[in-house]
Write a protein that binds this ligand. Structure first.
Ligand SMILES: *Cc1c(COP(=O)(O)O)cnc(C)c1O
Length: 474
């Protein structure tokens, strides 16, 4: 598959180049250069996933892609990685049976293999991956990259401001080629340190001297976006007819994958965007106006605490049938002024297929309690926002597939508070124990409480550049 940039100022790139570059050189995001032909799902998720990879990354050696799929799926605790759960008019698609219990595992167990294959094909000496994380991405990236030959990864996280479960998922992660460093600062500081590193000529020169590619593992990469298409295609076979989707949304990667599944033939009707109190994308879908000039809220669904949602740029490109001039204008205005407004047929098309709603933290917890009380099914805060969103929208007569993006055991304090309506213990692991007692369910992740700490480095912001060089062995 060849890719073009949403901003239209970069050369067309084959899949290996697009994978290794992450962002296109003109600052845009890579999208398939040609319209997509239908792709029927296979008998198993594994078959569908492989077919999707062959479609999007077919330049990579096919037997190696099949091995990558098997290696990735072997990390999941279910034979075919996914589970479905019917609750009334909704079907929850459980995407959290991978190593870190969140949906990002599906793409991040594959990405290291895709990058290593792309690097080998372009004559490179492996990949070095640097990523800033507010929690989920770092642990999923570390678990995915651990012990993958030819790859080395560093996750930078804010030393305070992430949950204890999230911190332990990183600092206890084995693997000689992965590392996590806590920065004394907040998530923005960590992100700035990563941006500064990518712009640092010294680091670039050292990577080049070592013959390796320097890249990031965030969701702008085609290697993170397109594997996700597979589970919507697979779900289409399970739903057995037209259905809607409702997806908890942050960076807009997961729900955009559902749109690509529709382009590949999945009979998806309405796509519902579910946001938390940082509801920029919800407002955009309702009005066509994207306005990031607003206060940032820290919520109980932290993986969706985001105001600039990168993958919206790909949606803009699709809505305008690839009008890169328009996309450049909107993105330029977003960068300069913090907002833009779409009008005319792109807005009309957006309203025809998409819907949106949102939940504040209290509504989120009420949704967790609602699903537990009605169905005896325990969901996490992100997934609960999708449930609440579905209640807000007019019924269509079709069943809705809800992407269940994380295990409730990742967020035990919020889930316990939702069920008991009492202040939970400060400590995540105590909350986990109480939640297990309250629900009579077996907890996941409780082993982390006493797991050995393997990455104890904490650095000041001024030490970040050296710490990055050390950890990436450059
Ligand atoms: C990352 C994440 C999301 C948001 O997914 P996007 O692809 O960024 O929209 C939702 N839920 C959970 C649990 C996540 O980790």
């Amino acid at each position: 598959m060849d890719y073009v940039s949403t901003r239209g100022m970069a050369p067309q790139a084959a899949a290996p180049q697009a994978l290794l570059a992450g962002l296109a050189p003109d600052g845009g995001l890579y999208v398939p250069a040609r319209p997509l032909d239908p792709l029927p799902p296979g008998p198993t998720f594994r078959d569908t996933l492989l077919a999707v990879l062959l479609r999007f990354f077919g330049e990579l050696p096919h037997p190696a892609l099949a091995q990558a799929v098997d290696a990735a799926l072997a990390r999941f605790d279910l034979p075919d990685a996914l589970a479905f759960r019917d609750c009334g008019d909704a079907v929850f698609l459980e995407l959290f049976h991978g190593p870190t219990l969140a949906f990002k595992d599906i793409a991040l167990t594959l990405l290291p293999h895709l990058l290593a294959l792309a690097s080998a094909q372009t004559g490179g000496g492996g990949v070095r991956v640097l990523t800033a994380t507010s929690g989920d991405t770092g642990s999923a990236a570390m678990a995915g990259f651990a012990d993958v030959p030819g790859a080395r990864l560093l996750a930078l996280y804010p030393a305070s401001g992430i949950s204890e479960v999230q911190r332990r998922q990183m600092v206890c992660q084995p693997g000689a080629n992965v590392a996590a460093i806590g920065l004394r600062g907040n998530f923005d500081d960590a992100q700035r340190a990563v941006k500064a590193a990518f712009a640092d000529p010294e680091l670039r020169a050292r990577a080049q001297a070592a013959g390796c590619h320097l890249t990031s593992a965030n969701s702008i990469n085609v290697g993170r976006l397109f594997p996700q298409v597979a589970y919507y295609l697979h779900a289409a076979a399970r739903m057995g007819g037209a259905f809607d989707v409702c997806v908890p949304t942050g960076n807009f990667g997961d729900i955009l994958a559902a749109w690509y599944a529709r382009l590949l033939g999945a009979p998806i009707g309405r796509l519902a965007v579910a946001c938390n109190a940082n509801r920029v994308v919800c407002d955009f879908v309702r009005t066509g106006r994207y306005d990031a000039r607003r206060p940032f809220h820290v919520t109980n669904a932290p993986s969706m605490d985001i105001l600039v949602s990168s993958n919206v740029e790909r949606l803009l490109w699709l809505l305008t049938q690839g009008n890169a001039v328009k996309v450049r204008t909107w993105q330029g205005q977003l960068q300069a002024e913090g907002w833009f407004q779409i009008e005319g047929y792109p807005l009309h098309d957006l309203r025809a297929d998409w819907a949106a709603s949102w939940a504040d933290p209290e509504e989120t917890e009420r949704a967790i309690a609602d699903v537990w009380e009605r169905f005896g099914y325990l969901i996490d805060p992100h997934t609960a926002i999708a449930w609440k969103t579905l209640r807000d929208l007019p019924p269509t007569g079709r069943p809705t597939l809800i992407a269940a993006t994380a295990s409730p055991w990742k967020f035990p304090r919020a889930v316990l508070r939702a069920l008991t309506r009492q202040t939970p213990p400060e400590d995540d692991f105590e909350a986990m124990e109480a939640l297990a007692a309250h629900t009579r369910l077996a907890p996941s992740l409780s082993h982390l409480r006493h797991a050995p700490i393997l990455h104890d480095r904490v650095a000041d912001l001024t030490q970040a550049p050296q710490a990055i060089l050390d950890a990436l062995a450059l």
